[in-house]
Write a new protein. Structure first.
Length: 312
């Protein structure tokens, strides 16, 4: 761990924003972390170690980025806001001695490199949902304070596109954290829970109060940890399984025999598929784990992969 790195404090964060003319926007879901203790808690709970390649989505003014660099990680930061992306290299170079900004061409990322020639920070200007590949070695972890308005799509997209991700630690709205980590049968179990379970085991690790953010949001936040595991053993493709998940929860509290009737082609076909999968046709989606949805998709056959039914 580099002891030379310093983190951002509340006064400096506001000063940086004012100098750059940055005003956090609800449209981009921007809430900047003011508290260094919270930053270090995120890094610690993500088990970030020296030399880890970590992708961060929405670095903002750089609070968490500096915490990841302090722990010795090499960071790929994906930022949608051009103003913040331009500001980040200067901020990081000032707080992490020994880094040099290597300006890329117009269509290339900006890189901050240390004296040994190691790329410590790579800044990618892009909407995270449009990112299909990242520069440099594959990342082993995603660690981020995710924008509230796109937290679930970004999480699921990165788990799907980057199989190298062994673990994920994200800060999201507390209500979203509950849904992501919910087990089958719980009140908050739904589409995000089931789809995330295809890729990883999830657990909520901590609640984060509103006072550590600027501007303070109207809701509490929470940290959720995901650890990659193999998807269920199934011959059904992921798209087909996710189509079943979407249909099962399209009308919450509806019995599966009715919820899957359109996808199956008829109520009778839905019942037959459910029975073959070992699932009670009168059960509701809230009771079925991801393995159960995979078995249902197998017995529904090709109809479960109809275009337009699948979200990431």
């Amino acid at each position: 761990m580099s002891t030379a790195t310093t983190l951002l404090g509340p006064a400096e964060i506001r000063e940086l924003a004012e100098r750059a003319g940055v005003r956090p926007t609800k449209q981009l879901g921007q809430n900047f972390v003011l508290d260094g203790g919270t930053v270090r808690k995120i890094v610690r709970q993500a088990d970030v170690a020296e030399g880890d390649r970590v992708v961060e989505v929405g670095p903002g003014l750089g609070s968490l980025t500096l915490g990841l660099l302090e722990a010795g990680a090499d960071v790929v930061a994906v930022e949608i806001d051009p103003t913040l992306a331009r500001l980040l290299p200067t901020t990081v170079a000032r707080h992490v001695p020994g880094l040099t900004v290597v300006a890329g061409a117009d269509d290339e990322p900006v890189v901050l490199r240390d004296d040994a020639g190691r790329d410590r920070l790579t800044i990618v200007l892009s909407d995270a949902l449009d990112v299909h590949e990242l520069p440099g070695p594959p990342p082993v972890a995603l660690v981020a304070n995710l924008p509230y308005n796109v937290s679930v799509p970004v999480l699921l997209t990165f788990l799907e596109r980057f199989g190298s991700l062994e673990r994920v630690l994200v800060m999201v709205q507390a209500e979203v954290a509950d849904r992501l980590a919910a087990p089958p049968g719980s009140r908050t179990y739904g589409v995000p829970s089931a789809k995330a379970a295809w890729y990883a085991s999830a657990r909520r690790t901590a609640t984060v109060g509103r006072s550590v953010f600027w501007p303070a949001p109207n809701v509490d936040s929470a940290l959720v940890r995901f650890d990659r595991r193999e998807p269920p053993t199934t011959v059904a493709p992921r798209e087909a399984v996710f189509a079943v998940v979407d249909a099962a929860f399209a009308q919450r509290r509806k019995m599966l025999r009715s919820a899957l009737a359109t996808l199956a082609g008829s109520p009778d076909a839905a019942v037959a598929a459910l029975l073959a999968a070992g699932v009670d046709p009168q059960a509701r989606g809230e009771r079925v784990d991801i393995g159960g949805f995979a078995r249902i998709a197998e017995h529904l056959g090709p109809v479960a992969g109809r275009p337009g039914t699948v979200e990431p």
